[in-house]
Design a protein around this ligand. Structure first.
Ligand SMILES: Nc1ncnc2c1ncn2[C@@H]1O[C@H](COP(=O)(O)OP(=O)(O)OP(=O)(O)O)[C@@H](O)[C@H]1O
Length: 344
């Protein structure tokens, strides 16, 4: 999937909702599109399935240029793109099986094979026992599984999940994201995850594109973007998803409880601290060598694309000479931030 210099205006004299987007998505990857409300995420998704056309640039999906396709060609191309939504968009007047059947009918799937295809799909998403239930009798997570089964009915090579977990509780979100990963690994489906939550990106995506006011402000594999965000929007979104260097408010709270010297160590791949020659730099050991003690008081380590990522904040205590010696060592290490108390 390729976006080449894509722009979109709904009104000729109005603002650009998307502005000069250059973005490539590899076939078979899970990519996240994230950004604050109004950033242009849903518009980008609608360009992928041809519900909107760009006012500038080109959109290619599986080699076909969507931006130029006729309405007829678009209809055919759309059968190769499944969509799932925050509000599930199920037909309440049809059973679970009936909802999936509808997608098969629309795609002219052979009638004789429909029942077995429905059973296969419901089994795959884990709700085989709900085939004859009505949507109203299902939980949010089960409804989303029906939505997913329906979106997969025609074996699309791309699935767009537009805020698909935003209405779900944390456990159901986690189960749904696991299902998306299984769809990707078992069926090879390219998945575009539209979200405003960095936790979702962290838990399921391989690459991420960050939108702000219609512009692409960060893009790359998830680990790199988490490690080196280049925009304030990305940094703001990350604050809630991974532990980092505490901001001024968090630091004030920590200081109120911990009078010692405070220092934060970034935890990166293999525990290595970037820029430090000894990849196993160990703050507690370094501090102990100088006769001081260290205690973890804040932080966390997440798993991002199978690699550790996070930060740990320590309080360093002991006699003044030992703490000063520890401080002198720590300020020289890249990846360690020593929080000096500013004198009033
Ligand atoms: N059909 C339309 N006509 C006019 N303006 C539109 C249309 N669709 C979207 N917009 C505008 O485009 C901008 C981006 O909207 P979009 O829905 O793509 O953002 P989003 O990032 O998905 O936001 P949210 O997270 O709130 O869903 C908004 O300012 C919105 O008002």
């Amino acid at each position: 999937m390729d976006f080449v210099g894509v722009s979109k205006r709904f009104d000729k004299s109005g603002p650009a909702v998307l502005d000069g987007i250059d973005l490539s998505v590899r076939s078979g990857e899970i990519v996240g599109i994230i950004g604050p409300s109004g950033a242009g995420k849903s518009t980008l998704a609608r360009l992928i399935n041809g519900l909107e056309r760009p006012t500038g640039g080109q959109v290619f999906v599986h080699g076909a240029e969507h931006s130029r396709a006729s309405e007829r060609e678009l209809n055919r191309l759309r059968t190769d793109i499944g969509m799932i939504f925050q509000q599930f968009n199920l037909f309440n007047s049809r059973t679970v099986a009936g909802n999936v059947d509808f997608a098969l009918k629309v795609a002219h799937f052979p009638k004789a094979k429909r029942r077995s295809r429905i059973d296969e799909l419901l089994d795959f998403v884990g709700i085989a026992d709900k085939a004859d239930q009505w949507p109203a009798a299902l939980s949010g997570g089960q409804k989303q599984r029906v939505g997913i089964a329906r979106a997969l009915a025609t074996s699309p090579s791309t699935l767009i999940a537009d805020e698909a977990t935003s209405a779900l509780d944390p456990q159901t979100t986690s189960d749904t994201l696991k299902l998306l990963r299984r769809i990707n690994s078992d069926l090879g489906t390219t998945i575009v995850v539209i979200t405003h939550e960095m936790d979702v990106i962290r838990d399921v995506c391989e690459s991420v594109a960050v939108l702000d006011h219609g512009r692409l402000v960060d893009h790359g594999d998830v680990y790199s973007v988490f490690e080196r965000p280049t925009s304030d929007v990305t940094r703001g979104l990350l604050r809630h998803a991974v532990a980092g260097v505490p901001d001024a408010d968090a630091l004030a709270t920590l200081r109120a409880r911990h009078p010692g010297l405070l220092a934060t160590v970034s935890v990166r791949d293999d525990g290595a601290v970037r820029g430090h020659q000894d990849a196993t730099f160990d703050l507690p050991a370094a501090v102990a060598e100088r006769g001081a003690r260290s205690t973890v008081i804040a932080g966390g380590i997440s798993d991002i694309a199978g690699r550790p990522f996070g930060a740990l904040t320590y309080e360093i205590t002991g006699d003044a000479t030992s703490v000063d010696a520890a401080r002198a060592q720590l300020v020289r290490i890249d990846g360690v931030v020593v929080h000096e108390e500013t004198k009033q």
